[in-house]
Design a protein. Structure first.
Length: 291
């Protein structure tokens, strides 16, 4: 008998409930507030649209030093009959070691029987296999610091969205920017514009995180990179992550289809040496109105 999406989603919730009992402390498992309720609503009325894919992250302590490794999980609607998307990351790992760790994780999960819940197995595998990578990363970092001058790359991403309204989405954006030490801004409204700047790996993680599990109508329009032997902080154009809310253009009241005054936005960009970005974002050259 063919397995249904409903049956798979029920199994996903059961597995998540088991994981929450295994990791009961605050911050050990992170998921969007509406993730589980949206699945539950679908299960009550399976005739409606499919809910967003269930996604969450699990913070793991590895080894005696309790190094932090985060396992990020994204479940296709037909999981466990379709393989989950898993990604293990740690600030203590270099890019190549992180790639090797995830290659091993993917290979191990792929060797398991289809149709079986496997996130607990993935958690255990990461805990059992991350330590050698973490130790090698520490050794290579100590060697590199003695031999070469450490260079850092400042990255600046310009992100365009059809709109940004929802409070929970805005909270996720600001929490993520703070966690990753990124500066820039988020322009609420229609269109929604974001700029994040900081270490390249942190910008890349922000881009991956805010699209996770699924954000339609969003694109990274432009990215700038500058390498430096000093601190990237000296290259930042923004000193914090700002919340931009310009006056709406026209008499739209509190409706959720209001357009931001792009003239004010252009002026803001020019104040931050970024006026050229306006044409990249909107395809037209920006002009300030005469006052």
């Amino acid at each position: 008998m063919a397995v249904t999406v409903r049956e798979c989603l029920e199994l996903q919730l059961l597995e998540l409930e088991m994981l929450l009992s295994m990791f009961p402390k605050k911050g050990e498992i992170n998921l969007d507030e509406d993730a589980v309720p949206s699945v539950q609503r679908y299960l009550r009325n399976a005739d409606g649209a499919l809910p967003p894919q269930l996604g969450y992250s699990i913070a793991l302590d590895v080894g005696e030093a309790k190094e932090k490794v985060e396992l990020q999980v994204l479940l296709p609607h037909m999981y466990p009959h379709v393989a989950p998307q898993l990604f293990a990351r740690s600030n203590a790992l270099h890019r190549q070691q992180q790639l090797q760790l995830n290659t091993g994780l993917t290979s191990h999960i792929g060797s398991l029987d289809s149709g079986e819940l496997c996130i607990c197995e993935a958690v255990q595998w990461v805990k059992d296999n991350s330590l050698p990578y973490l130790e090698n990363s520490k050794i290579s970092s100590e060697s590199a610091s003695k031999e070469v001058v450490v260079k850092e790359t400042l990255c600046r991403m310009w992100i365009y969205s059809h709109h940004i309204y929802r409070q929970e989405l805005r909270k996720k954006i600001f929490d993520c920017a703070k966690k990753l030490n990124l500066t820039g801004f988020c322009l609420t409204g229609k269109p929604g514009i974001m700029c994040v700047e900081g270490l390249r790996e942190n910008c890349e993680e922000f881009w991956r995180a805010i699209r996770y599990p699924n954000w339609k109508h969003i694109s990274c329009k432009h990215m700038e990179s500058v390498e430096t032997e000093g601190s990237v902080d000296n290259l930042r154009l923004f000193h914090a992550f700002e919340d931009l809310q310009f006056q709406a253009h026209g008499d739209y009241g509190l409706r959720n289809d209001y357009h931001m005054d792009l003239g004010q936005f252009l002026e803001f960009l020019k104040q931050h040496q970024s006026g050229h970005i306006f044409q990249i974002l909107f395809g037209v050259e920006g002009k300030l109105s005469n006052k």
